[in-house]
Write a protein that binds this ligand. Sequence first.
Ligand code: TLP
Length: 386
Amino acid sequence: MEGVGPTADGLEAQAVAADAPRLVEQGDPAQLGCFGVHARHGSVPSAMTIVDLRSDTVTKPTAAMRAAMASAEVGDDVYGEDPTVRRLEEQVAGLLGKERGLFVPSGTMGNQLAILVHCKKGDEVVVGEGSHSVWYESGGGAALAGVQFAIAGQGGLFDEAALLAAIKPSDYYYPRTSLVALEDTHNRAGGRVWPRGQVERVLAAARARGLATHLDGARLWNACVASERTPAERAAGFDSVTVCLSKGLGAPVGSVLCGSADFVKAAHRYRKMLGAGMRQVGVLAAAGLHALEHHRARLADDHAHARALAEQLVAGGLRVDLATVETNIVQIDLDVDADPVLARARAAGVLVGASGPRRLRAVTHLDVDAAAVRLGAERLLSAVAG
Ligand code: TLP
């Protein structure tokens, strides 16, 4: 039974018997709790199989994905000679309706390359509240491109009025606002999907003011499934787009940054500058191609699991804004500090992250099925109850 650890305790054994949950094997405790603030606590009882809801990045490659990786044709990508990388780049660019794609090691690098290409030192980038580039990219915008960020609106998604309010006037003493970046789905907003009409109005306002536009589509695949739109429809109008293969799609690593041929040419130079000239990485691109083919449609399962999780937590007395649970992320507001709850949750065999001092984040993914999610919710409820 794939993904089910050999040492299930009584409760898990029952759940396994009930409907074969996919439980994640216990990881290295030193690596646990890598998301957000206040996340490194305690240890997991050694004989317990844990339910890992920290992120959709924790998935392990399936046997079929590993087979695709093992048989990938490869070449030296610094010479442009890796056929599998080229196939992935062409396929993703085609899916997004862009001219070209560039395989990069991470979503962070995709976003940072976009900022480097679109902006000059001293420029300002408009983003929504809680933007990944502001929170989780190690200050790369400031350190690498020399930009600062302006926040538009509240809650992550914003409208054209909020964009216009964030754009600085054009006198020499203001920073030059040169880029607006949207995040779809929006991570810290709880995996919310941008309404397409709102995207179009923001893009039109950005274009009218001469701004470049970037889409952080780390979870664009989730947005596509939730909105029943194609990737090209959701990426339309953006100058550049980052999509990740290593979130809901379940590849071990990799993102693709797409845009015009000129944009990708400039990003390619920066990628090399940052030390990510890659060699025989067709083995990794093959995982991405496999994920695109086999793991996109099933994201609907992750969304259903997230909704079930949220409803179970609410039924158990926790606070979750169900209206924001549109995809695979559940934000749980606590009346107590997240820290001790995280520690108790870990001890009970469920891993979640803290996305604020009194807020938890749980993410559903390929390696947890409905029964595992139910078990995780039970354990989380008892951890919060103390
Ligand atoms: N997000 C990770 C953490 O970095 C927070 C997660 O567990 O959710 N954009 C968005 C919207 C993301 O959520 C992430 C990853 C990235 C970019 C960066 O991707 P990687 O981790 O590949 O650099």
